[in-house]
Design a protein around this ligand. Structure first.
Ligand code: PLP
Length: 299
């Protein structure tokens, strides 16, 4: 399992004397990609240790976590159940088609019901209905996911000053913050609007996991491009250019926004000269097939 560090070259980096590496977590596994592998790892161990044969989890119709969980179930011998937000649309989109091919059983619930996904009563109902599976929350985020994500920082054998990552539920950045234990700086780039709420959730995850409050992190909330899975032509252009310049594919939901934002901050002189940055490529490239299918956009 390897997530190599790839150093980027770009006139902007030279101009501002910034060193930037991309940690290619997208290369960890062909289907259980990036942070979803980190987040599932200890959950799978826990499920196995407690004798669960089935894993149940939640997600939207294009969810990277649904795809990753389905693949992980197939690889490690669990039956998987995906509780999908919204109505069934046939033919299945590429994400759900893939999940089904990996053996995941899909169940669709209304958006209203889906909002109850974290309520203990609702989870108990589902557990009863589906024969007491191991339940993983939406996006895979729980304390075992945080534990898995602490290992991202153990796997960076170079000197650096700042880690940057994209944030959805905040599990990944919580693991990075806990793993660094107050060292260096961490910047999170939320893919959704409403960064303030996310900040509280991250703080809570870090504290529950480590019993510590850390100050060395911050959310950069200016690059959500209108919200989750919203995108603009300049974002798509950036992703296209990034692939041309660095041979690194991105996607428009998370990593595209991260790198767009990071390059914008660098251009604005946000970082002191000499700053060494590691940006985490959290994967998620499976979602690009869905954009192509839905919008005819080649990402
Ligand atoms: C799920 C995902 C994220 C968000 O991770 P959180 O732990 O939910 O913050 C970031 N990037 C990619 C590519 C993802 O699939």
């Amino acid at each position: 399992m390897q997530a190599p560090l790839q150093q980027l070259e770009h006139p902007l980096l030279q101009q501002h004397n910034i060193t930037l590496w991309v940690k290619r977590e997208d290369l960890l596994h062909p289907h259980i990609s990036g942070n979803k592998w980190r987040k599932l790892k200890y959950n799978l161990q826990e499920a196995q240790a407690n004798g669960h044969k089935t894993i149940l989890t939640f997600g939207g119709a294009y969810s990277n976590h649904i795809a990753a969980t389905a693949a992980a179930g197939a690889e490690f011998g669990f039956k998987t159940i995906g509780i999908i937000r919204g109505e069934e649309h046939l033919p299945l989109n590429p994400t759900l088609q893939f999940a089904t091919e990996q053996g995941m059983e899909l169940h669709y619930i209304s958006r209203e019901l889906y909002r109850r996904k974290n309520e203990p009563d609702f989870i108990a109902e589902l557990a009863e209905k589906y024969n007491q599976p191991y339940v993983v929350p939406e996006g895979g985020t729980n304390l075992l996911a945080v534990k898995g994500c602490t290992e991202i920082v153990e796997d960076i054998p170079i000197k650096y000053d700042v880690i940057c990552c994209a944030s959805g539920t905040g599990g990944t950045i919580a693991g990075i913050i806990a793993g660094l234990a107050g060292q260096k700086q961490v910047l999170g780039f939320p893919a959704l609007k409403g960064g303030d709420l996310l900040e509280d959730e991250i703080e809570q995850l870090v504290y529950s996991y480590s019993g510590q409050h850390y100050q060395n992190w911050q959310l950069i909330t200016d690059y959500h491009f209108g919200g989750y899975a919203k995108m603009k032509p300049e974002l798509l252009q950036f992703i296209h250019d990034f692939k041309t310049n660095h041979s690194i594919p991105l996607e428009p939901v998370y990593t595209g926004k991260l790198f767009y934002g990071l390059f914008d901050l660098i251009a604005k002189g946000y970082f002191a000269e000499g700053t060494r940055i590691v940006a985490i490529h959290t994967g998620g490239l499976q979602g690009n097939a869905g954009f192509k299918e839905r919008l005819g956009i080649e990402v």
